[in-house]
Write a protein that binds this ligand. Structure first.
Ligand code: ATP
Ligand code: MG
Length: 432
């Protein structure tokens, strides 16, 4: 029996808890708990008791399904309160043995010391590349000789109060937050290939309340953003324009929805139970596709704006990979590649073993990615700190001593160490 890790994807639509067993070269899912989400809007908590209850139900299901008690977990974060910026850190090197791990950490600390606005905290600090005595583009300067080390880092920040509210809900469900991990980084970990990451690629995770993007170039994360439009906006448009309750509109979208009207036969019809009508009314499927197309096109225009703002739009040779529940909409790939003017594919979690039938859908990319990325970060911590407390899964339900401060410390550590994890471990990953 290997070590256990647990990931909880707290989404706007669903909460998905996965228990994974760490094996020699992979993580094997041994239990899942999926529960509809409540108390969350656009990636932000708006009802603590409701969300706590939903998380608790998802955790209990995963416990029953795996046969293990869950004490701690890696937890996803998204929402409009996330923002990111690039920063530089410079340090002097004076060791005759060249650049040491401590030097990399000092450089990261310097990059991290950007003015952090009030009520915001650093979630991740990810090194993009290093410059040593003016020689740039260095991937890993460890052991190299030089006097002046510069790191270019990508810094992800979140609202402290939003994180505290989410932490309160997870801890209220009896689970200590081992780490918070930004949604698209977790998804990107399991939907992108190493070749795509090297060439330049964007992962677009279309959830219910938000669409999360991350840009990977030269094997590392260069830009991240969260857009407050997701699949629920498509459903709301359908509900409004066809005069349907939201739940019925959701069913209509999933059964007849298509994002590309050009692909739909104008004569094709379906029946819906509209508000205020005694009988079912007829709707042209092409009309539905026009409603969906308008919102989906707007969404990709917002993504395009974000990519142009990042100034990396010319560097995405491998195009975009769509994931998240919203990526299952038929025709969405064509609309995306039309607006973004780049190759697009749709993907679910690929680096997966155990319960694959249930987890293969793009809806579960974040959940599966949390396990892998969280574990890689923990391993990196272990390597540097010479050991950390046992990871999620085993132990008492409130194990880990979560008391509100614990989570903050966990985030600080992640922030410091995360980057080199991505840089160092991903290219060598045998699943990639
Ligand atoms: N077959 C389908 N066709 C079209 N859309 C779908 C389909 N299945 C799910 N969706 C949409 O996917 C969205 C939910 O995606 P997902 O499960 O990734 O969300 P989430 O992770 O809970 O939300 P978020 O990441 O925004 O917090 C919903 O808007 C839902 O309507
Ligand atoms: Mg999601």
């Amino acid at each position: 029996m290997g070590e256990l890790v647990v990931g909880i994807d707290v989404g706007t639509t669903k909460i998905c808890t996965i228990v994974g067993e760490v094996r020699a070269d992979s993580i094997h899912a041994v239990g899942i708990g999926i529960e509809p989400s409540r108390g969350m809007k656009k990636g932000v908590v708006n009802d603590v008791p409701a969300l706590t209850q939903a998380i608790s139900a998802s955790v209990h299901k995963a416990e029953r399904s795996s046969g293990y008690e869950i004490g701690r977990a890696f937890v996803s974060v998204a929402g409009a309160h996330i923002d990111s910026k690039n920063s530089r850190g410079v340090v002097g090197i004076n060791s005759p043995r060249g650049v040491q791990i401590g030097d990399l950490e000092r450089a990261m600390d310097a990059a991290r010391a950007v003015a952090i606005p009030h009520n915001r905290e650093v979630l991740h600090v990810i090194p993009r590349n290093y410059t040593l005595d003016g020689q740039d583009g260095i991937r890993s300067p460890l052991g190299m000789h030089g006097f002046r080390l510069e790191v270019e880092a990508h810094i992800v920040m979140a609202s402290s109060t939003s994180l505290q509210n989410l932490q309160k809900c997870v801890e209220g469900a009896g689970v200590y937050v081992d780490r918070f991990i930004l949604n698209p980084l977790a998804s990107g970990d399991v939907v992108l290939t190493d070749a795509e990451r090297e060439m330049g690629v964007m992962v677009i995770d279309i959830g219910g309340g938000t669409t999360d993007i991350a840009i990977f170039i030269d094997g590392s994360v260069w830009h991240t953003a969260v857009i407050a439009v997701g699949g629920n906006h498509v459903t709301s448009d359908i509900a409004q324009l066809l005069h349907l309750p939201f739940e019925i509109a959701e069913g209509v979208k999933n059964q007849y929805g298509h994002a590309n009207p050009a692909d739909i036969d104008p004569k094709e019809l379906f029946m819906v139970p509209s508000f205020g009508e005694e009988q079912m009314s007829q709707v042209q499927r092409a009309d539905l596709a026009h409603i969906i197309n308008a919102r989906v096109e707007e969404l990709f225009q917002l993504v395009l704006k974000e990519v142009k703002y990042s100034a990396y739009d010319g560097l995405l040779a491998a195009g975009a990979v769509l994931t998240g529940g919203g990526a299952q909409l038929p025709g969405i790939k064509a609309v995306a590649s039309d607006v973004l003017k780049m190759p697009v594919r749709v993907a679910g979690p690929e680096r997966l073993s155990g319960m694959a039938d249930q987890l293969r859908s793009p809806s579960y990319s974040t959940s599966v990615g949390l396990l892998r990325l969280g574990l890689m970060m923990d391993n990196e911590d272990d390597r540097r700190n010479g050991g950390r407390p046992a990871k999620g899964g085993k132990g008492p339900r409130t194990g880990g001593g979560g008391n509100g401060n614990g989570g903050t410390n966990a985030r600080d550590t992640v922030g410091k160490l995360f980057g080199s994890v991505l840089k160092r471990l991903l290219p060598e990953d045998d699943n990639g």
